[in-house]
Design a protein around this ligand. Sequence first.
Ligand code: PRP
Length: 178
Amino acid sequence: MHEDVKEILFSADELNKRVRELGKQITTEYQGRELLVIGVLKGANVFLGDLIRYIELPLEIDFIAAASYGNSTESSGVVRLLKDLDYPIENRHVLLIEDLIDTGLTLNYLADNLKARQPASFKICTLLDKPERRKVAIEVDYKGFDIPDEFIVGYGIDYSQKYRNLPYVATLKPEVYA
Ligand code: PRP
């Protein structure tokens, strides 16, 4: 696994430091409110697992999964739900957790879908953002890092469903894609 890595963009320590900062910020800003943290499967799973341990507030978690039609690297914008939430979110303070925002098409669909369910509030937290790739405007409330338009893996993010368990975020050697 590690031998396929070209360059480490964020080490496990760097990720941990930033995730802890985000957790602190969220803890401060949501004082007195009960949070519902929603993870977008599967990529956000690792980030969410780490982040919630730095949020010192009563909270609940739920998960949603979506996929967009298109080829493996470019989403078409037509998104379908693979797994809906287990519970209603009406009147809840929802914080949606993503690993990565690329074109923004997935999140745009999910945000519209979830906001229509009338939560008390709705915010977005992403670990990584590729602003250069954006096709639709997304208001991001909490962000770990901006990254350039490069294909990355690790810390929940896959290539062909693999490398999600790398403890860092990295690029892969070109021969891995060949
Ligand atoms: C990734 C990522 C976002 C989406 C971002 O998920 O987790 O959900 O793509 O792309 P977009 O901004 O261009 O819509 P992916 O569909 O790869 O599924 P996964 O989380 O299960 O790996």
